[in-house]
Design a protein around this ligand. Structure first.
Ligand code: ADP
Ligand code: ASP
Ligand code: MG
Length: 590
């Protein structure tokens, strides 16, 4: 008999009528011959109400008590759902995270799942019950209640689908699928028929709140087909599977994180180990850092800029201040009025002219780019918050995301992995959300170009990368730091053979645009670590920094995505760097 996991989000269970409607859906699915496991979120905005209540009591609620409080939201809805199903004549039972045996670590409010016991759920399903699991919660080793982070019921659903080897995991929500960008921000957004795990992982972690990014990590790791659809209609939604909708598309979606904060630690001695000191202090507070840009400044002093979610600014500030004192850095500057706009697409890795198109669109919309960070499958820019929505609209239009792609891959099948035995074994392993690293690699084929003194005004990045694209050159990593004292610096990598051409081109352009000196290095090495969910596993970058610092290697550039962390180091340091990383990740190399 097939097993279907159905997850209902807050708006889908916002009142008693909606709970009854969801109950009928589950019963219909059972009557069609399936076993049904429901995962339910707190009703409506109940979690927000609880967060606000805590804030009325104290501005520093203890994380353990926060979890105790927030978990009650889901407990209300599972109980009501079980009553609803029973009142409609079917068998149902509600279970909390603890009753199911969802074991997590003890990182309150952001816990990770370690293991899930399946026995109780299985026997209840076999007895004909619709099992209703409380989303978003678990228990740690000492039976403390934990929660998985806001939006975490998606992760509960996909994790349960994975351990139970479900045929499909349906995510019922208030939109009818995954769109090219948030349809509430941009009505022109188009519903996708299908999106790949890698793209969705990146989109979710860059602001597409329709799915919790860690749910997609589970989906990818355990090959769970995820169907995002409306709880109010029966039309098919969007399948999240291994293949993208249209493999040739350079960009398939765009996302906005409205409330981002930017932190710069400036005047940092440019020696091995500084990144490690800084980012390990931040990671120990479970804050995920994004858009890390390091600049080598004058007199051997560097600036390190990075972004964090605005809600994490307070914890970040404490960490940065500790690091500032320890490193003897000059000062720490922060801004909490910035937004991050990103485009994502698997096809980007194979095409030229993607970055310049994005930068041109922003320039034409009069948007100033504060920072740039790219990876193989995404480009993110940081902009002033009041320009965030305009920036999103401009890039969505520039890549004509509202248009149906001409060439689509064949429709996704919802076939699950044939290896149920393998999944069964994995399910009983500890550390379900543990790090999976697939590869540690060295790329010695790239060279670096750096433009100093980039003026803080719209249109510079557009001109530079249009020039490069017009020359048919392929640009890999791009980073631009914050326009600090009216000046930013911009670095990018090109194939080594293209360095002279790129330097000549950029030197001319830099003069014309009023930038400072252009420098280039033919001897760089790019070291990368690939895996799943790397950005939310904050310790990946830290382990890399630790390994490199231990080998006395200085990091020149960094970029991160959910599937890879890259660092650029001096060319001579490539092979020893690779060795250091291989040793550092030996225990988790899959
Ligand atoms: P639920 O309570 O069901 O989990 P969420 O509010 O977490 O629902 O997620 C659904 C919301 O996600 C939508 O209402 C939509 O505004 C937002 N969203 C953000 N990005 C996207 C996107 N790319 N596609 C669809 N919805 C999106
Ligand atoms: N109720 C939790 C929240 O609002 C979890 C969820 O809905 O996914 O974040
Ligand atoms: Mg959600």
């Amino acid at each position: 008999m097939s097993l279907v996991v159905q997850k209902f989000g807050g708006t889908s269970v916002a009142d008693s009528q909606k709970i009854l409607a969801a109950a009928r859906k589950a019963i219909r699915t059972q009557q069609a011959g399936n076993q049904v496991l429901m995962v339910v979120s707190a009703m409506g905005k109940n979690t927000d109400v609880l967060v606000d209540l805590a804030a009325e009591i104290t501005d520093r609620p203890p994380a353990r008590e926060m979890d105790m409080l927030l978990s009650t939201g889901e407990q209300v809805s599972v109980a009501l759902m079980a009553m609803a199903i029973q009142s409609l004549g079917a068998k149902a039972i509600s279970l909390t995270g603890g009753q199911i045996g969802i074991r997590t670590d003890s990182t309150h409010t952001k816990a990770r799942i370690k293991s899930i016991s399946t026995e109780r759920m299985r026997s209840l399903l076999d007895e004909g019950y619709i099992v209703i699991a409380a989303g978003f919660q678990g228990i740690d080793e000492d039976l403390n209640i934990t929660t998985l982070g806001r939006g975490g019921s998606d992760t509960t659903a996909v994790a349960l689908a994975a351990v139970l080897d479900a045929d499909t995991c349906e995510i019922y929500t208030d939109v009818d699928g995954v769109y090219t960008t948030d349809p509430r921000l941009l009505p022109a957004a188009r519903k996708m028929r299908q999106v790949s795990y890698d793209e969705m992982l990146e989109l979710s972690s860059l602001g597409a709140g329709v799915m919790h990014s860690r749910a997609i990590e589970f989906g990818k790791k355990f090959a769970v087909p995820i169907h995002v659809r409306s709880s109010f209609t029966d039309i098919p939604g969007t399948m999240i599977v291994a293949d993208p909708e249209a493999p040739d598309l350079s960009v398939s979606g765009a996302a906005l994180v409205k409330d981002e904060a930017l932190v710069t630690l400036s005047g940092v001695p440019d020696t091995p180990g500084t990144s490690l000191t800084l980012f390990s202090k931040i990671a120990s507070r479970a804050v995920a850092v994004d858009m890390i840009v390091q600049n080598v400044g004058a007199a051997g002093l560097a600036d390190i800029s990075f972004t964090v979610p605005r809600d994490d600014l307070r914890a970040t500030r404490e960490a940065v201040e500790e690091a500032r004192v320890e490193l003897g850095a000059a000062r720490c500057i922060e801004r909490d009025d910035v937004s991050k706009v990103s485009v994502v697409g698997l096809g980007m890795a194979r095409q030229t002219g993607v970055a310049d198109r994005m930068f041109r669109a922003l320039a034409e919309a009069g948007v100033n780019i504060l920072m740039i960070a790219t990876s193989e499958i995404k480009i993110s820019v940081l902009v002033n918050r009041d320009q965030g929505a305009d920036a999103l609209r401009a890039v969505h239009r520039a890549f004509v995301l509202e248009r149906e792609p001409a060439q689509k891959v064949a429709s996704a099948t919802s076939a699950k992995l044939a290896q149920s035995d393998a999944l069964e074994i994995v399910a009983h392993l500890q550390g379900m959300e543990d790090l999976t690293i697939t590869e540690v690699a060295l790329d010695e084929s790239q060279a670096r170009v750096t433009i100093a003194g980039v003026p803080d005004r719209p249109g510079i990045a557009a001109r530079v990368f249009e020039g490069i694209a017009a020359g048919g050159q392929f640009v890999d990593m791009i980073v631009q730091s914050i326009g600090h004292e009216e000046q930013a610096s911009m670095s990018f990598t090109v194939p080594r053979g293209d360095l002279d051409k790129a330097m000549a081109l950029v030197t001319g352009l830099a003069k014309e645009l009023g930038c400072g000196a252009v420098s280039g290095s033919p001897r760089i090495a790019k070291l990368s670590v690939s895996g799943v969910g790397l950005r939310s596993h904050t310790d990946v970058a830290i382990r890399m920094f630790r390994a490199l610092a231990g080998a006395g290697i200085n990091v020149e550039m960094i970029n991160t995505s959910e599937v890879r962390v890259n660092v650029v180091v001096d060319g001579k340091q490539g092979p020893p760097g690779l060795k250091a990383l291989q040793a550092a990740f030996a225990d988790v190399l899959g």
